[in-house]
Design a protein around this ligand. Sequence first.
Ligand SMILES: [Zn+2]
Length: 284
Amino acid sequence: MVRFGPAGNPDAFYEDGGKSSTQMPSWVNSIGLNAYEYQCSKGVKITQPTAEKIGDEAKKNGVLLSVHSPYFISLSSVEEEKRIKSVDYIMQTLNAAKMMGAERIVVHSGSCAKISREEAVVLAKETLKMAEKASIEAGFEYIKICPETMGKINQLGTVDEVIELCSLSEMFVPCIDFGHVNAREMGSLNTYEDFKAIVDKIENKLGTERGKHFHVHFTRIEFTSGGEKKHIPYDDTSFGPAFEPFAQLMADKNLEPVIICESPGMQGKDALTYKRIYEECLNK
Ligand SMILES: [Zn+2]
């Protein structure tokens, strides 16, 4: 099953009287979605009772949970101390995921502003290997860690780099942020074939399981020569990517990714639009 849901809590959730993230799973279900990415972007501060409540509600409402790790994680930092701290933050995120019953966490791939891309990949892989070891020791090995494709050119996280990071082991599943890919490649994602090339690459390099069940962030993103500038609502067609070609590809290839929408404030409504577009493709 393809799953659709918002990253964090949309404006409409609060307009409907929502107060706490523990109410999000039932709200997500009530509008016709079935995934929710809980945001720990500013640090893992969630308490155990809250996490467990979100988990219970998600189960009751058939909502699949994922957790976004803190933005300040730096897998490829040139400072060893920062890389070791990043492992700590990944462990905190994995622990939050465990309390919630989430089986995926998303991690930003890092920066390569001060070093070559190749050096950054080597450092990021070392950090992820440490995280994998710590995760197995803590009994979190069933939770997938999803390195994300990044939107700015000086960030680590092209499709190839993310695939390379995920080649470490099956614990790593690509998070393809198509908006980021499109932004860093100056509007490269337009046709069915553009999306197919990415999915084929995942399949060829990482196998059919990850080629079918990878993680997705999908949002239109405004970009400049440095890449990502800002996320925009789906209705604003001044920047891509459009969802139709990817929806058709999912339908043709029976892909079953989890699709998380990050439109600013409108991530629930836009996730529903994606779902509708996908269902139209299925019924063609
Ligand atoms: Zn992200």
